[in-house]
Ligand binder design. Structure first.
Ligand code: GTP
Ligand code: MG
Length: 198
């Protein structure tokens, strides 16, 4: 799929204020700093469409980006970041969980995990929560440029094994990406295109 247009539409914390057009949408979620916003920029080939930062906690709102005038990419705040106020410290902020349970346009959640790390409890819990709420999701491994191919394969297999040994009958679809090396771009866009044109 070619990205002809990619436009920021709106940021907010209320699901009811998200765009009301009935267009398919895909949301990026995962721990703070895992690379959600960078991946949106990589996919759209727009350097600073979504704001990124080396410091965790950059994205704080639900951000809608309209792609090719007929679908949305959604950038969300990260979870699991400790430097938030006590009031916000619930593991998954309510407006995030509301987004996933109420947003009818959501086609697929992409759960981003850093390929360098072993499975983290908070990611497993979030995926369990998605499963319980019947939200379809895929895993996106990020920052693959930081590892050699052998280590990528080892870590991905360890991750999928851990999921299959847990409560999942089979591991979900997954993608291996690097925003700095443009890796996984075609695969992800082809996947989204396949769903959109179904
Ligand atoms: P929050 O909005 O804070 O939740 O973070 P985020 O998940 O949106 O992460 P963001 O895209 O802002 O990236 C965090 C940091 O990781 C930045 O310093 C990025 O440059 C870096 N980063 C993101 N993707 C990659 C990647 O594929 N490879 C490498 N090497 N660094 C990356
Ligand atoms: Mg971000």
């Amino acid at each position: 799929m070619q990205i002809k247009t990619a436009n920021f539409i709106i940021s907010n914390t209320e699901v009811s204020k998200c765009p009301n057009e009935l267009l398919p949408e895909y949301a990026f979620i995962g721990r703070s700093n895992v690379g959600k916003s960078s991946l949106i920029n990589m996919l759209t080939e727009r350097k600073s469409l979504a704001k990124t930062s080396g410091r965790p906690g950059k994205t704080q709102l639900i951000n809608h980006f309209k792609i090719n005038e007929n679908w949305f990419l959604v950038d969300l705040p990260g979870y699991g970041y400790a430097r938030v106020s006590k009031k916000d410290k619930k593991t998954f902020q309510k407006y995030i969980t509301d987004y996933f349970t109420q947003r009818e346009q959501l086609v697929c959640a992409f759960v981003l995990v850093d390929i360098r790390h072993s499975p983290q409890k908070i990611d497993m819990e979030f995926m369990e929560w998605l499963g319980e709420n019947q939200v379809p999701f895929c895993i996106i491994f990020t920052k693959a440029d930081k590892l050699k191919p052998g280590a990528i394969e080892r870590n991905v297999n360890a991750y999928l094994n851990e999921m299959e040994n847990g409560l999942w009958e089979e591991a979900p679809s997954y993608f291996i990406t690097s925003s700095s090396k443009n890796m996984g771009r075609e695969e992800l866009l082809t996947y989204i295109d396949g769903i959109n044109t179904d």
